[in-house]
Design a protein. Sequence first.
Length: 176
Amino acid sequence: MLTYNKQRGFTLVEILIVIVVIGIIASITVFAYNGITERAWAAKRLADIDQVRKAMELYHQDYGYYPANGADNWGGALNSAAVTAALQPYMKTVPSEPSGDVSKAYQYVRGTADNYGIRIFWSETLLPGCSPSAPNACRFCKIGKDLDVGTNQAGGVYASWFTTVGCPGFKSGLGY
């Protein structure tokens, strides 16, 4: 007597459905991970600037002026040799841009002995309500005195000034 042995297995359609579902889940995960990374970098930038601000204030308290950077404009890197040497007694290392993108490096400028500015870059997608049609939503700064403040936008990237000047119409970047 012959017996029929039915083999169990997956059909081609079932396998394709599983592959499509796995692909959808993988793409959602990749997009979510990118957003998390960007938000983590934004949080690190704020923490870095706050750390530098504290070191700058300690330096100013000891010397009566902020460190010189050797440049009269925003071209000076925050981690330049002059600034790093000046801040070394107050912080272990001067922080650098977390994404590693040198075009977004933190920048430092000293206006006069009593004012300075630090510029960092943000993606507009990281700032709630930030868009070219709502530019003030993209502006953050430290309130103080005597140094110009502003923001600019190029290709969806906003530069924000953390400075020692008052900033009407701006959000406060570090709770000042």
